[in-house]
Design a protein around this ligand. Sequence first.
Ligand SMILES: [Zn+2]
Length: 251
Amino acid sequence: MGINPLVMFPKHFMLNYKNRGACKALVGNVAFYFFTVNDPESRWDEVSLQGFKSVCNMAISCLERQAREYGASLKIKYAFDSVTTNDKVGFGNWRDIINSALGKYSFKSVDEFQEFYEKKHGLDDSCIILAFNKKLRGFASVATEGYADFGECCFIGKSQALFRHTSIVHEVLHQFGAKDYYYPEPLKESAKLHIGDSVMMTAGCERIDPLTAYLVGWTDEVDMRSGYFLRVTSNYTQKDIDDAIRAEHRR
Ligand SMILES: [Zn+2]
């Protein structure tokens, strides 16, 4: 027996990203547009590019396989391009690098880019991923209401010396509606108990749990354990989560 979270917990913060923004559901024919970023700290050569592409293929297989296991149809195509800047890209100026990437094609916004290619290639959805050949904490710009103020995209870098396919899976799932399970600490404890391990909780974990699968559009219902997790975390607000993330980033 399943639970429909939007009926049971319509205001729950975990559902904030579901079906919102430009990337709505990770279902059907989807394209990932990767931009490899060259900045003073991130340089790409043929060898690093081939290595990164094989990690991207692993991420795509991981997503397609698990979508299939949930009974959803998902076929992911991808394209690569590069963008170069003389400025070091970080949290302060990431919008500039997106503008440079889009400017190559004369698009004014991420939404315009996505709409153009979705129509041209008959896609159900698409997303933009910026990849850095340097150590960088993954990051996703996602919309909570309507369209994001700037547009949806995500950043991928190396954790330690390697790219992990699970980091790509994690950030892409954010764009399509998934939430982290590790802010704040008490919520993480509830998730460990009721959700189990998940790509949205533990670095390096591949498992896409039933609530995440629901959030990205693979199912219409969740299992009883996910429903219980939603019940025990229903007092949290998006502000509690944002405050916890800010505190984490300050450390
Ligand atoms: Zn995350």
